[in-house]
Structures are given as C-alpha cells and as structure tokens.
Write a protein that binds this ligand. Structure first.
Ligand SMILES: [Zn+2]
Ligand SMILES: [Zn+2]
Length: 138
C-alpha cells in the first residue's frame, strides 16, 4: 500500500483518504472482531491520525476490549458499516477495516493476529507470521 489511498462505508456516507503508507497491515482473528464482523477474518491497517482525513456522519460505540482497553468503534450512521476505530490508549492512531478500501488490491497483509481464536473450520493457507496476540497494541 503506497502513497495515497481511499475508502469508505457501504453507502458512501463515510469516506476517508490517506496520504501516507500505513504503519502496519494485518489480519485479525480475535473473538471481538469475529463478533463485530461475523467472520473469523478481519483485515485491517493502522495509520497515523494526522495522515488521514475522514468525512461523513458516523456513530461511535465505546466497548472495552479483552485487554481492558477501551475501543471507540466508528460505524456509518446510515448503513451501519464499521469503517474504523481507535483505542483510547493510542491517541495518535486509527485502525481501519481493510474491507472499506476502494481498491482491495492495495492491501498487503504482513501478519496474522490472535490465531488461537480461530475456529477449527478455518485454516490459514499463507506463510505470513502468526501471533497469539497483537503485540503492537498490547
Ligand atoms: Zn454508510
Ligand atoms: Zn480483532
């Protein structure tokens, strides 16, 4: 993922554009993402808040993560898509749902997180590094 990229929610109300490369690109398998997305696979990326511009109306839901840290998850007010979120312990960073990217081909996952939470019917078939946790958030 290089240079500028853009994305948004399903209906187009919430839009974002980012001017810099993400700090990390990952695939999360944690139980929270499973509940929120309905899927054992939740691709995402981290960006500096100062590198991204978000427009449109979204609602924020504050939910404590398993780590105890509070997460502010941001959903489109019209269509309900979860577009991005922030951890209240990481003031400078947004995490975006990679499914929101306009061009899915720009996403380049580097790592799998929370692989112990995967259901037995899902198997990882790539050779990316796998972690039981998300070290850069803990
Ligand atoms: Zn929407
Ligand atoms: Zn997760």
């Amino acid at each position: 993922m290089s240079g500028k990229f853009e994305g948004g929610c399903l209906c187009g109300e919430v839009r974002y554009s980012c001017s810099e490369q993400p700090m990390s690109q990952f695939i999360c398998h944690c139980t929270e993402c499973q509940k929120i997305t309905g899927s054992p696979v939740s691709p995402g990326f981290m960006v500096n808040k100062s590198d991204v511009k978000v427009t449109g109306n979204y609602s924020e839901h504050k939910i404590a993560a398993a780590s105890g840290r509070e997460m502010l998850r941001k959903f489109c007010s019209i269509c309900g898509s979860r577009v991005f979120e922030e951890s209240l312990g990481m003031a400078d960073i947004y995490m975006f749902n990679a499914g929101s990217l306009d061009d899915q081909s720009v996403f380049e996952p580097e790592v799998h997180y929370w692989v112990n939470s995967l259901p037995s019917w899902y198997k990882i078939t790539d050779s990316l590094p796998q972690y039981d946790k998300q070290p850069d958030v803990e």
